[in-house]
Design a protein around this ligand. Sequence first.
Ligand code: ZN
Length: 195
Amino acid sequence: MSDAAPTVTPVSDEPYEIRTSARRTRTMSAFREGGRVVVVMPARLSARQRAEAAGPLVERFLAQEENRRPPRADRALQDRASELFDQYVWPHVEGARPEFGVRWVSNMERRWGSCTPGTGEIRVSDRLRAMPAWVVDHVLVHELAHLVERHHTARFRRIEGGYPQSERAQGFLDGWDAALHAEEDRPAGADGGDL
Ligand SMILES: [Zn+2]
């Protein structure tokens, strides 16, 4: 946080940086740069005026960002899941094509994905956003396979194994987990038997 705004605490804990611009006379704006929120304000404003204006501006920016981001990201995820379903799962299905919805979630600390076959709801941990696309695809195929096979049966493994990168991706995720939780006790069954 900038020293210029010591008295302002935004509603969120998002840190931000205030920059001043001599060229700007009226307009203030907020944007994200390298993961950090930056507020640009006219240099003519006093430090106190800047501090007063920054908090609400940051809040507004974060609210807009929040409104913009998830639907777009989820739509891309949903589209990719539909492609993967058609390619790898659909050939194994007899009967109607199941409906499903896929979304990113931020509250999945241990698992990579989950599926509720009854509702067709699939959730994917947003920790995967940092990983290669073929790893995300593997998690999607795994969860999509649960739509038609609840348990990790031989049939399930056949469906999942149809995705060529499946084994490699699982190795990638296992290695990631092992590195991350090397010093923690991991109770058996903590993952509910899922990925
Ligand atoms: Zn599973």
